[in-house]
Design a protein around this ligand. Structure first.
Ligand code: ADP
Ligand code: MG
Ligand code: ZN
Length: 507
């Protein structure tokens, strides 16, 4: 590992007492099209290196690119969902640079003519005074292509310095990307890190709802660069920004912003200057270290791509795409919260458990929202935590949970047995009914068998029996417990209590 920065930091509170942070977030989203941006090569992840390449994405002389229509469609839908205007006519540009990750020696991107521009996204951040809604400006969303992947090997750090050799995989070169860039974000200084996090969270949900990318940050199909500068309180003009690259989790975005605020504050208050540079984020301690001095746009010698025709989506097509937009995640959450009568807090824990979709699907099958929530955020979430997996990837479906809820409300299962059924389903023993049958988990509903166990328990604890007879009905709990134990938890506790009281009163 590279040694993380030994920068002196100012406390976050001191930093924001003197400076106002300005942020800019650039998010790259890898589209889930079947083929690449400008050729027919497959985009499937994980293939053997350099098996998904052709003359176009290898940049061989004479090869001619063609724009992927599906990628343009996804770009327009993202733009529309972000409230952007869609350019009736836009061009690709060549972004020239000399680095082996792009065999053409340029990346085909959009520069001054993005397909979507001037939009907004509403986010909600938690503050001390409760949730606060903030609208962030979107500068543009443009199309480009991903680069190849370079691995530096033989060294200790995986970075180029100290490596013996490097390998390049061009399978990723040419995979369609959409880059979404915010306008400069100026919010209440104390909220800046949380706003960065909330923005990326909201954008990710929107992308997933649109179905244009799986937007997995840990797999790199969504990547965030965080720009940050500080200016002395009250000054209008922006300071020099740094750009922390490829921050690959939502939590890291918040940490990177916070760290840069604290680091830049020290530099500026001691009379230093901030260099415009890219920085690397370090997951282990949340620090950033200097990368390379940032190129200016002119260093890239952008010019319009002569091999591609301009993208000129006709209005009718754009409008037909507008009709395919999903309900915005923000509105959807508000609607669900209202329909299910949840508090902010209950809704938040549902979202944090990653169970909103699953609960919604379970409810759609006919389950009561409270029951569906109880199992997904209770026992199932507990097991997912234990295994370090998302609830969504556990091998239990909304249909399974719905069935368990039906069995429970019919009295065929109690909660304890239901937990065992969940365990069995997750262990691959089949659906709920199969697990009930194979593990013999049905509730003992035969009153005769229950009364036998009750009589035995009353005989064993005559003092308790007396108390109940004297009207201390709470004492029945001890007998219920004994009966549950005798039936290995397979009794319906409410029914047992009823029978005990009847028995004691001589009925
Ligand atoms: P680059 O190509 O250099 O990455 P972009 O325009 O793609 O530049 O993105 C820059 C991002 O930083 C945008 O989100 C922009 O709003 C933001 N930004 C611009 N100037 C500043 C600044 N001085 N401080 C913080 N953020 C800034
Ligand atoms: Mg950029
Ligand atoms: Zn290709």
């Amino acid at each position: 590992m590279t040694t993380p920065s030994s920068d002196v930091l100012m406390s976050f509170e001191d930093a924001i007492a003197t400076f106002d942070p300005v942020m800019g977030l650039e998010v790259h989203v890898e589209l889930n099209t079947l083929t690449k941006m400008f050729c027919g090569c497959p985009t499937e992840f994980g293939a053997a290196p350099n098996t998904q390449v052709c003359p176009v994405c290898l940049g061989l002389p004479g090869a001619l690119p063609v724009v992927n229509q599906k990628a343009v469609e996804s770009a327009i839908r993202i733009g529309l969902a972000l409230g952007c205007s869609i350019a009736p006519w836009s061009r690709f540009a060549r972004k020239n640079y000399f680095y082996p990750d792009m065999p053409k020696d340029f990346q085909t991107s959009q520069y001054d003519e993005p397909i979507a521009f001037n939009g907004a996204l509403d986010i909600v951040v938690e503050t001390d005074d409760g949730p606060q809604s903030i609208t962030l400006g979107i500068e543009r969303a443009h199309m480009e292509e991903d680069t190849g992947k370079i691995s530096h090997l033989g060294g200790a750090t995986g970075r180029i310095h100290g490596a013996d050799y490097s390998l390049i995989d061009y399978n990723r070169a040419g995979v369609p990307l959409i880059e979404i860039v915010t306008k400069p974000i100026e919010v209440e200084p104390a909220l800046a890190p949380a706003v960065a996090r909330a923005y990326v969270t909201e954008l990710r949900e929107l992308i997933v709802a649109l179905g244009v990318s799986d937007a997995h940050m840990h797999q790199g199909s969504m990547r965030v660069d965080a720009n940050l500068s500080l200016k002395p309180r009250g000054r209008a003009e922006f300071g020099t920004r740094t750009e922390t690259k490829n921050v690959n989790s939502i939590r890291s975005v918040e940490r990177a912003v916070r760290f840069e605020i604290q680091r830049q504050a020290v530099v500026l208050s001691s009379g230093g200057t901030i260099v415009q540079e890219t920085r690397h984020f370090h997951e282990n301690d949340g620090s950033t270290t200097s990368g390379r001095v940032k190129e200016e746009a002119e260093d890239y010698r952008y010019f319009p791509e002569p091999d591609l025709t301009p993208v000129a989506p006709d209005e009718a097509w754009v409008e037909s795409l507008r009709a395919t937009l999903p309900e915005s995640p923000l509105l959807r959450r508000a609607r669900i919260r209202e329909e299910w009568g949840l508090s902010e807090h209950e809704m938040q824990s549902l979202i944090n458990a990653g169970a909103l979709d699953l609960v919604e699907q379970t409810v759609a099958l006919g389950a009561d929202p409270a029951d569906a929530r109880k199992w997904w955020t209770g026992e199932i979430a507990r097991i997912s935590n234990e295994r370090g997996l998302d609830v969504a990837v556990l091998p239990i479906t909304p249909a399974d949970v719905h069935r368990i809820i039906v069995l429970t409300s019919d009295g065929a299962l109690n909660d304890k047995l239901a937990r065992q059924v969940i365990e069995g389903v997750l262990a691959g023993e089949g659906g709920p009914d199969e697990v009930v049958a194979s593990r013999g988990l049905a509730v003992v509903s035969d009153d005769g068998a229950l009364l036998e166990a009750i009589d035995a328990a009353l005989a064993a604890q005559p003092d308790v029996a007396d108390k109940i007879r004297d009207g201390k009905v709470q004492a029945a709990g001890a007998i219920v417990g004994a009966v549950m134990k005798a039936t290995a938890g397979k009794a319906d506790a409410a029914r047992v209590r009823e029978l005990i009281l009847r028995r004691v009163s001589g009925a």
